[in-house]
Design a protein. Sequence first.
Length: 103
Amino acid sequence: MPTAHDVDARNLYDTEDAMVTVITLKPGQSLKRHITPVDVAFYVLEGTGVVEIGEEKETVSKDTLIESPKDIVHCWYNESKDLLRVLVIKAPKPSRKTVFPAD
């Protein structure tokens, strides 16, 4: 699906109540820092990446679950030489648009 991040993102589940997407970041790719109006759970399916939530950054790898509260800036970075695949679960499904703050 097309995204503001210009990365490979595929919706697996999309209903009025929830949304599940798989994002694949190639080596060197990242998302744009953004704020989602709902809680988000991330599950790393493959690879190692850096997740930024608020003021914190942490390197995480396969089989790690990360929670990101709504209305907090967050981002993903693939600084490795391998693919990074992350399952993104948004519940409830956002009714407002994602915000991209000016850096």
